[in-house]
Write a protein that binds this ligand. Structure first.
Ligand SMILES: Cc1cc2nc3c(=O)[nH]c(=O)nc-3n(C[C@H](O)[C@H](O)[C@H](O)COP(=O)(O)OP(=O)(O)OC[C@H]3O[C@@H](n4cnc5c(N)ncnc54)[C@H](O)[C@@H]3O)c2cc1C
Length: 429
């Protein structure tokens, strides 16, 4: 299949990494995106590359947490109750998986992608990805109450005993000695040395540069609406192209077809909108998160941190400073709610001497592609033998992208798969 044309649908971090490894293994690649490359969920996220984030969300006790969240207004985790069959099916799938067996099985599948990606990032940063503000300083979880410490101690035990993921524990003010941007009087924290961080929009710019250097074509404002094919083989994608007419501010819309020998569907949280053309029911719900980006404070943290009890993540980037998080199951809701952004500020206030600065450079939301077991889907479409789905990377798409892209290229014949692809199959649903 070498030198044949593959069309990657979706220019997020998963589509970009897939396009990169496909181009490296000899394919002629085109990436198409309904909007602008890199402007979906991969744009304003927290940029933490986190091999320590192994545990799936569905775990014993998590169901009660989810149900309680449905009752509370303004909780960092919220579900908007509504008559949406997809949401209720998703919640039922989540409920079924709130077991230790799921923690073990899903955790193994997640860890394989995280570990491999962390190693691949080291290679990529040394070769083809430049200017991403890449730093390998680890990740610090900070707790402000003894209750939070006791709860996290259980998380740490699971990570250590089941996944060999070791952390250093800091009690009381020792955590503020490690990270002087923290206030005194906090309960403590856990430090995971192997994590890293970067600036996500710069990462996407670096992917774009690397792809264009490899001859990959990027076509923006091209929404894929379906496939053209026969006998289970797709021959082309149907594209709704929107482009500005010459000299006129109005957009022109046109239907066109793009021919290819193979196709990758890397459409993140939008993937279930293609259910009919893919011939299956993709169990992904958009999990909306928010971030705000500001100039670096004078007492800027050195380490990226997660304030677990308030569900706020802090990323100190070389050219800025970001607070992010929240998880709203509210469908494809496009509102940027000020109350949600205020929760980020209020959460960070408990921990940091200088929790935020002015002016705010960007307020942002993104839809995480959430699956019920926290494991991505990397599998062939039941409708077409040459259409591969790579979506559902939950809260860890940036952390899992390189290994996903490599596996995608391998599944298209680019070598023996370096990971067991069965763990990501659609058959598990
Ligand atoms: C607040 C927040 C913080 C986060 N922090 C982290 C973090 O620290 N570390 C981490 O690893 N992950 C983090 N994540 C998760 C991460 O951002 C996502 O998992 C990841 O970006 C998903 O990448 P993707 O390529 O699958 O989706 P996207 O980046 O959303 O890309 C999908 C693309 O497909 C395009 N598309 C959709 N439908 C079509 C169509 N029909 N035709 C053409 N194009 C289409 C879209 O326009 C979009 O560009 C965070 C997420 C949020 C919201």
């Amino acid at each position: 299949m070498r030198n044949d044309h593959v069309i990657v649908i979706g220019g997020g971090v998963i589509g970009a990494a897939s396009a990169y490894y496909l181009a490296k293994s000899g394919w002629q690649v085109t990436v198409v995106d309904q909007g602008a490359f890199g402007r979906g969920c991969s744009h304003g996220n927290c940029g933490i590359i986190s091999p320590s984030h192994v545990l799936p969300l569905a775990a014993p006790g998590a169901l009660w947490g989810a149900l309680r969240a449905m009752m509370r207004r303004n909780a960092p985790f919220s579900i908007k109750p509504r008559l949406d069959l997809g949401l209720w099916r998703w919640l039922a799938g989540f409920a079924r998986r709130c077991t230790m067996r799921n923690v073990r099985e899903s955790g193994e599948a997640i860890q394989a992608l995280l570990r491999s990606s962390r190693t691949l990032y080291d290679e990529l940063m040394a070769t083809d990805l430049h200017g991403c503000e890449w730093e390998t300083r680890g990740l610090l979880f900070v707790l402000r109450t003894e209750h939070g410490m006791a709860h996290f101690a259980e998380t740490d035990r699971l990570l250590r005993e089941l996944f060999d993921m070791l952390a250093v524990r800091f009690d009381g003010d020792a955590v503020a000695t490690l990270e002087p941007a923290l206030k005194p009087g906090l309960a403590g924290g856990w430090y995971y040395r192997g994590d890293a961080h970067l600036r996500p929009d710069r990462l996407m710019a670096a992917w774009r540069h690397a792809l264009e250097s490899l001859g990959v074509q990027i076509r923006e404002q091209c929404g894929v609406t379906g496939f053209v094919g026969e006998q289970g083989t797709a021959r082309a994608v149907r594209v709704l192209a929107r482009r500005a007419s010459e000299g006129l501010p109005r957009l022109r819309v046109g239907l066109t077809e793009l021919a290819g020998e193979a196709f990758v569907v890397a459409t993140g949280a939008w993937t279930p909108l293609l259910n009919q053309v893919l011939g299956c029911r993709i169990p992904i719900q958009p999990g909306k998160g928010y971030s705000m980006t500001m100039p670096r404070p004078a007492r800027c943290p050195v380490l990226p941190m997660i304030f677990d009890e308030d569900r706020v993540a802090v990323t100190p980037m070389q050219s800025g400073y970001r607070l992010g998080s929240m998880m709203e199951f509210a469908g494809y809701d496009t509102s940027l709610r000020p109350r949600r952004l205020a929760l980020l500020r209020e959460g960070a206030r408990h921990y940091l001497h200088e929790p935020f600065t002015e002016p705010v450079e960007e307020e942002w939301y993104g839809w995480r592609p959430m699956t019920p077991d926290s494991v991505p889907i990397i599998d062939w479409s039941p409708a077409y033998r040459n259409v591969l789905i790579a979506a559902g990377h939950n809260m860890l798409g940036v952390s899992m992208a390189p290994a996903t892209g490599k596996l995608v290229a391998e599944m298209f014949g680019g070598g023996v798969p370096h990971l067991e692809a069965r763990a990501y199959s659609l058959a598990r649903f």
